[in-house]
Structures are given as structure tokens and as C-alpha cells.
Ligand binder design. Structure first.
Ligand code: ADP
Ligand code: MG
Length: 588
């Protein structure tokens, strides 16, 4: 074929492919236009997943009669005029492409009326061709109706999923936009049923509540912070309310929803050592900065941006989230309602981290008499092994003057504490694990090594063996002396003091399992994984007998708020209030 310029219709169809991928992208563009037109009320209706009909009605500024057709031409926009305007975009739209693209691949009708205009306009476009334009009596604002999306692009039509999937994608897009603009009341109807109504009272908390529902919203805490010229505000999920996917992460930059690896990393980094492996925090975070501190013109669907300074943005978000998590998060309270079983129960379920891999070979029996203390290189005096007759926390807790009464211990696992009008149940293992973790993680921690009289030899799986051999330098800084024994086996000659020799093999296998889950470990994630394992092994276990002093000390640490979550993100304490109890006895 000779080289020739494509006719406008074909060019429009190609361009439409970039902007209009599926019903959800149409809805997103139409809502963005309504928001740019300063609408305060928006109704979105779809049928058959948006494939047969999408209607978006707003009470915004409207389109003048004379400009109605122009709005549907490619590169027609009222939002910028000069190249200079691109430097500082303040509207959601700016490419002047959406209406042209949508009109090219559907049957579209526009009704619009500007304030004070005696009448409005109705305009019909079929596959990009204007078929009718009339004066119309209509309310102020704009209504756009899209029917038969992709009727003239069978190749695209073929890729559409079931109505339910397309409808779900539309709903997700509407939810994100509702979270981006708490000032706007947004209503969504699917096949005649109302599925969302946000109050538009300007409060992000209200929008969050409407979008996520009560149960989920309760798992979020406010986050507020700022960095150099950057403000961050919104909500982040509590470590215990992390989910199996990243689907609850919503980032908005200057009101624009975006996807960003940088922001995801800044968020997730703040949860290191607080949440369970394989779980992801949720968030609704609004990041605000000067318009010229970012480039929004890097993606056809405008869902990505480039920041002038990645570093500043990362720190602002990271520290905002960190401080939100450090702030007073209420302790989970006991739910005394009988559980209802339902497959799509929206309650947050916590999953336990992967269980300990079973040892592959029995531990040789001639092992483990501790003879020598620290290698000469270590100057500090040896710390004693954790016998649990020692104080459980190294720092004296005398500064923590907290007022509570320890009632006792139940099931050799939970410490029961009374404080004001509430009873707390403290998981002694989880609490002690956190204390151990913080102690070992602190700058002051000097790991001490204990040499085994008879070295321990065991055979992990080949991947576990490689994962551990890769970490020999890290292991040695904590007092492990581990060598390749040949034939897939490992030999352990020395251990950290904090680890009892009988726990060495399971600790190393657990560490290997943790190193093998998720992304390949970096130096610092490997270090955390090792600390997790050692803290867990060094902590008293449920079922073990503890002295009253030990229990008191743990209770004091927890009640003083020094300890909130175990390093895997499980809560260390749960609360039962007096009124909850009284309700059970029908006293109230
Ligand atoms: P862009 O949003 O990038 O400017 P669009 O193709 O989405 O491009 O819209 C073209 C123009 O039509 C907009 O610049 C705006 O002036 C007008 N417009 C579109 N939708 C609306 C609406 N809901 N209310 C008022 N004006 C609108
Ligand atoms: Mg637009």
C-alpha cells in the first residue's frame, strides 16, 4: 500500500482506542469533565455493564449552544490554549480528546444548558457523525448518554468481558472518583439499582464510609502530614486490616487519581514489620503540591504523572503514613455478635503467615552444649541467654507509670488486665515477640554468639539451602556460623545467644521460607526477616508457664502503649468494655 495520510474517521477510531478502552474508561472521562465543570452533584447510570447504556448527569457549567459540536472535535478543549498552559495543569482534562474518542465509537446524545441561557442544546452523534442538533428545554448542567459502545469497532467489542465484569470496573472507577472529590455528591445506579451515594459534604471520611462501607472504613485511621511544599492527607488501613491485594490503595495527586509505584512503595515501606507477609495496606491518600511540581502529560488516560522530585514525594508520603501508624490507633475490641457465615462477607479476615516448614531431617542428638561465649572481637560483655527468669524487657519500665490491675492469666496464654472501664486480653507471646524484635532491631543491640559443642547438621530444601547460603554474611553478624556441609546439607557451628539451640533448625527453616516469599530480599528486608524469626523464637510461647513478674512486666509494656502489634501485624491486645459486658448480661 502506498504511504498516505489516514482519513479523519480512521484516525479518530485509532485515537479512540487509546482513551476509550472499556465502559469504565468512558465513565471516568465523563465524570472528570463534570468535575472540571465544577459540578456539585453527579449521577451515573449504566445498563448491561455500560455496554448498552451509560448516562452521566451533572449540574456543572454546561456547554454553550454554539460550542456543542466543537467539544466533540479532536484536540478541542476549553482547558488550555498555549504550550505554556501545559506547564501547570489545574484541571483533570486537558487533552481535548475524550469526547471525540467516545463519540467516534458509540451513539451519543448530549443535553446541555449554561446558566442563564433561555434554552439548552441537544446534539446527537452516531459513530462520530453529527445526526441532529436542536434547541432543547433542559435543566442547567450537562447530560451525556452513550448507547451501543463499540458498535462500529467489532475488534474492540470482542474484547469486552461479561456485563458483570464491565459493570464492576465502572463501579470501581466511580468509587475512585468519589474518593477523589468528597465535595461532590455522587450517585451510581447499575441496571436501575442504586449502588453508591456519597453525601458531598467535603469530608473525606464521609466519602470513605459511603464507598467502603462501615466495616471496612473502621479499619482505617487518619493520616495527615507534609513535606517540602507537599501536603499529604487521607486515611490508611491499620496494620491488622491489610488485605490480600493492592485493590484498596487509592492515590490522588492534586485531585487526580493516579497509579504510581513510587507512592505504593512509600506507603508499604511504612508498614514494614507491622503487617503480615503477603498482605497489603489500603489507603486513600491525597497528595497536594504546586501544579508545576509535576508533569501530568505522560499517559493517554492521564493515570500516571511524573514528579519533579521523586524523593520529596516519597518522604512526605512515607513519613505521613509512619506517623499515622504510630499515632493512637484504638485497640481492637472484641466482637460479641455471633458470626454470620456468608461468602462475600466484607469483614476483614486475618490470615496467619505461612506455618513453619517441618524439619526435613531429625536433629542429631549429640548436639548442643553451650561452652563458650562471645568471639574475642566483640568487646561488650555477653548478654545472658533468655531464661525468662530475667526481666523480659531489657530497658527498665520504671518510667511507665500506667495505672492498671493485672487480674491474672488464662490458658497460660492471655494476660487479663483491668483498666478504667475495660478489660484487656494480652497475648503474651505476641507482646513479648514485639519487645524482643524492637530490642534486637535497636542500634544498641550487640548480638552475642554461642558456640555449639557438637555442630548441628540439617538438610533444608535446595531452595532454602541456597537462600540461607546467600545470607551467610548477614547470619554471621548476628552470631550464626553456618557452612555448606555438602550434599545439600548445612552445618551450624554457632548461634546467637538469643536463640535456644533446640530452636536453631526451625528458626533457619522459617527464615529461609520468609526469604523465599515475595520479592527477592534486599539487605534490609533479609535483616528484618532474620529479626522476625529470632524474636519469635526468643519470645515466651503460649502454653508456657510464666511468673507473675514476667506477666506484669509484659502487661506494663502493652498498657503503656509501647507495644501494639507483633512484628507480623497481629494485635497484642484486645479490649472488652464494661458496657459490652453489661449488654451481654442485659443490664443495659
Ligand atoms: P478535555 O476535558 O481534555 O478538555 P474533552 O473532550 O473531555 O476534553 O471535552 C472537551 C470540552 O468539552 C471540554 O474542554 C469542556 O469545555 C467541554 N465539556 C465536556 N464535558 C463537559 C461537561 N460535563 N460540562 C461542561 N463542559 C464540558
Ligand atoms: Mg475531558
Amino acid at each position: 500500500m502506498p504511504i498516505q495520510v489516514l482519513d479523519t474517521h480512521v484516525a479518530d477510531l485509532i485515537a479512540a482506542g487509546e482513551v476509550v478502552e472499556r465502559p469504565a474508561s468512558v465513565v471516568k472521562e465523563l465524570i472528570e469533565n463534570a468535575l472540571d465543570a465544577a459540578a456539585t452533584q453527579l449521577t451515573i447510570e449504566i445498563s448491561h455493564g455500560g455496554m448498552s447504556m451509560i448516562r452521566v448527569t451533572d449540574n456543572g457549567s454546561g456547554i454553550p449552544f454554539e460550542e456543542a459540536e466543537t467539544a466533540f472535535l479532536r484536540h478541542a478543549t476549553s482547558k488550555l490554549h498555549t504550550a505554556g498552559d501545559l506547564e501547570a495543569i489545574g484541571t483533570l482534562g486537558f487533552r481535548g480528546e475524550a469526547l471525540a474518542a467516545i463519540a467516534a465509537v458509540s451513539r451519543l446524545t448530549l443535553f446541555s444548558r449554561t446558566p442563564n441561557a433561555p434554552f439548552g442544546v441537544s446534539l446527537s452523534i452516531d459513530g462520530g457523525i453529527v445526526t441532529a442538533k436542536e434547541e432543547a428545554g433542559c435543566p442547567f448542567g450537562t447530560t451525556i448518554v452513550i448507547r451501543d459502545l463499540f458498535f462500529n469497532t467489532p475488534a474492540r467489542l470482542k474484547f469486552m468481558k461479561r456485563d458483570a465484569s464491565e459493570g464492576a470496573a465502572v463501579f470501581a472507577a466511580v468509587q475512585r472518583l468519589a474518593l477523589s472529590q468528597p465535595e461532590v455528591s455522587i450517585q451510581f445506579f447499575r441496571d436501575g439499582t442504586q449502588e453508591l451515594l456519597t453525601p458531598g459534604d467535603g469530608k473525606l471520611a464521609s466519602a470513605l464510609y459511603s464507598v467502603l462501607g462501615r466495616d471496612l472504613a473502621l479499619g482505617f485511621v487518619p493520616a495527615e502530614g507534609s513535606g517540602e511544599d507537599i501536603q499529604v492527607s487521607g486515611f490508611v488501613s491499620m496494620p491488622t486490616c491489610c488485605r490480600g491485594t493492592r485493590g484498596y490503595q487509592h492515590f490522588f495527586v492534586n485531585g487526580r487519581q493516579i497509579r504510581s509505584r513510587l507512592l505504593t512503595a512509600a506507603l508499604e515501606e511504612a508498614y514494614r514489620n507491622q503487617k503480615m507477609v503477603g498482605r497489603f495496606p489500603g489507603c486513600v491518600l491525597h497528595v497536594t503540591m504546586k501544579k508545576n511540581a509535576l508533569d501530568v502529560n505522560v499517559h493517554p488516560a492521564k493515570t500516571e504523572v511524573k514528579f519533579l522530585s521523586d524523593k520529596k514525594v516519597f518522604s512526605a508520603v512515607h513519613y505521613t503514613v509512619l506517623s499515622a501508624l504510630g499515632a493512637k490507633i484504638p485497640r481492637p475490641t472484641l466482637d460479641l455478635t455471633p458470626p454470620t457465615v456468608s461468602s462475600n462477607d466484607s469483614k476483614i479476615r486475618l490470615e496467619m503467615p505461612p506455618s513453619t516448614p517441618a524439619p526435613k531431617f531429625p536433629v542429631p542428638t549429640q548436639q548442643t552444649t553451650i561452652v563458650s561465649t562471645p568471639p574475642a572481637a566483640r568487646a561488650a560483655p555477653p548478654a545472658s541467654p533468655p531464661t525468662h527468669e530475667q526481666p523480659l524487657t531489657r530497658e527498665p519500665l520504671t518510667t511507665q507509670a500506667v495505672d492498671f490491675r493485672m487480674v491474672g492469666e488464662v490458658f497460660k496464654t492471655y494476660i487479663v488486665v483491668e483498666q478504667n472501664d475495660a478489660i484487656f486480653f494480652i497475648d503474651k507471646h505476641a507482646a513479648h515477640e514485639r519487645i524482643q524484635f524492637d530490642r534486637m532491631k535497636s542500634e544498641a543491640y550487640q548480638p552475642m554468639s554461642q558456640e555449639l559443642l557438637a555442630p548441628l547438621v540439617f538438610t533444608p530444601s535446595p531452595e532454602e539451602c541456597t537462600a540461607l547460603l546467600d545470607q551467610i554474611p548477614l547470619l554471621s553478624t548476628f552470631g550464626f556460623v553456618v557452612e555448606d556441609f555438602g550434599g545439600g546439607a548445612l552445618m551450624v557451628r554457632a548461634l546467637p545467644f538469643d536463640l535456644a539451640p533446640q530452636n536453631a533448625e526451625s528458626a533457619l527453616c522459617e527464615l529461609a521460607a520468609e526469604l523465599l516469599t515475595g520479592e527477592p530480599p534486599t539487605a534490609s528486608t533479609a535483616r528484618d526477616a532474620l529479626l522476625h524469626t529470632m524474636a519469635c523464637k526468643a519470645a515466651i510461647r503460649g502454653g508456657e508457664t510464666s511468673s507473675k513478674e514476667e506477666l506484669l512486666e509484659l502487661a506494663a509494656a502493652v498498657m503503656s502503649d509501647a507495644v501494639r502489634y507483633c512484628p507480623h501485624g497481629r494485635p497484642v491486645a484486645t479490649k472488652l468494655t464494661r458496657s459490652q459486658l453489661e449488654k451481654q448480661f442485659k443490664r443495659t
